[in-house]
Design a protein around this ligand. Structure first.
Ligand code: NDP
Length: 368
């Protein structure tokens, strides 16, 4: 399973068909004839731009619309991506997207604190939603978003790009194949030194917290898919060296630990004040796996007790959008879920980590 085509075929093999498939555009190019997911991006910032550029290499997904608060960006994107005027919206009028038959899904890449209301509005307009991580600021918001999408009968997916990354999936395959034996320990180190103190990532209202919401979530999510279980308890400790930059409710560094039903444990670090922290390590009775870098844009590098991981580098956002098109249009099932329920588990864990850090107490979790 070394090539990207094999990887995609592997995912296709686990597909189950949905009884009702949504309407979509139809491609008719020389090498692909099939349904195409027509995507509008909301929030034309750093990550939205990355997704838009990556989608240009997709066969099954196409950028067709934008939602932005910045008119100059809309004009720029119209030119760069050939987006017609009728598919351009702002934050005041995007509810009208419900009358637009040429858009299937809205991909929300705005600051975290806006996701809840925007997902609910997109769902009410009858469009599928892809929302960036973290899906919301807390589990309560996350549940409301899931309920709104269910009520509107639209699909809610979350931009967990690592769930489609070939080396990550190979470790998951090997763990399921018992190559590492009984899993005993996971370590996740996630962090970077954050710059500009005025950015939204350091604003409690827009970010919902600090490093944990932004980068620590990779260690939370990674612990779950690497160990292959849901944690049943959490402990956490917070340290702050710069209370001016990292105000109340904006965490600079948090260390947290999980316990799993099998007895495996995890130890993780999330920080906004150290560079070169992007590492996963999984240890079992018979072997180990490590990824470093583990969640950056790549190339991801890794090895296991059986040798180097040689799966090719892919552009994460291209593969993610191809696969998400398959999920929405064809009812495909990803190996690691990317739906609202998956994201809600991370939000419940985030709530528990903040509570554990605040109280100093072990917090029990019930995620299954
Ligand atoms: P940026 O600040 O680069 O872009 C956010 C965009 O949202 C802005 O450019 C703006 O676009 C729009 N926006 C609307 N309201 C506001 C507001 N009040 N303040 C600031 N921006 C606003 O952020 P990122 O692109 O880095 O992050 C966006 C989301 O994507 C976050 O949830 C983040 O966690 C996630 N992300 C995910 C990554 C991944 O690998 N999966 C990587 C990076 C980010 P406009 O002018 O068009 O309205």
């Amino acid at each position: 399973m070394n090539s990207r085509r094999d990887f995609l075929q592997k995912i296709a093999a686990s597909a189950i068909a949905l009884p009702l498939l949504p309407l979509a555009g139809w491609a008719n190019s020389s090498n692909y004839e099939g349904p195409v997911l027509r995507v509008a991006i909301m929030g034309l910032g750093g990550y939205g731009t990355r997704v838009a550029e990556a989608m240009q290499a997709c066969k099954k997904a196409k950028l067709v619309g934008v939602i932005s608060g910045t008119p100059a960006k809309i004009t720029d994107w119209q030119g760069r991506f050939s987006i017609p005027e009728k598919n351009c919206y702002n934050y005041e009028n995007f509810d009208r997207i419900k009358d637009n038959k040429d858009i299937d899904v809205v991909y929300i890449t705005t600051p975290n604190g806006l996701h809840h209301d925007q997902v609910i509005r997109v769902a009410a307009a009858g469009k599928h939603v892809i929302c960036e991580k973290p899906m919301a600021l807390n589990a309560k918001e996350g549940q409301e978003m899931i309920d709104a999408c269910k009520k509107a009968n639209v699909t809610l997916l979350v931009g967990y790009r690592m769930h489609f990354e070939p080396k990550t999936l190979e470790i998951i395959r090997m763990r399921k194949n018992d190559d590492f034996g009984k899993i005993l320990f996971f370590q996740g180190l996630c962090g970077f030194k954050i710059g500009d103190p005025t950015q939204w990532r350091l604003n409690k209202q827009l970010a919902g917290g600090g490093s944990l919401m932004d980068i620590g979530i990779y260690a939370i999510n990674g612990a779950r898919y690497m160990v292959g279980e849901e944690p049943t308890w959490v402990t956490a400790q917070e340290t702050k060296t710069d209370p001016v930059k990292f105000k109340d409710g904006v965490d600079e560094t948090i260390q947290f630990q999980f316990g799993f039903p099998s007895g495996a444990v995890a130890s993780c670090l999330s920080t906004y004040s150290m560079n070169n922290l992007d590492r996963f390590f999984l240890n079992g009775e018979k072997g180990f796996a490590e990824l470093q870098p583990s969640t950056g844009y790549g190339p991801i590098k890794g090895r296991t007790s059986k040798g180097e991981l040689t799966q090719p580098h892919v552009t994460h956002q291209t593969v993610q959008m191809e696969e998400m098109a398959g999920i929405i249009l064809e009812g495909k099932q990803p190996i690691v879920p990317v739906n609202g329920e998956e994201a809600l588990k991370d939000l419940k864990i985030i709530d528990a980590i903040y509570l554990a850090a605040k109280t100093g107490q072990k917090v029990d979790l019930k995620l299954t």
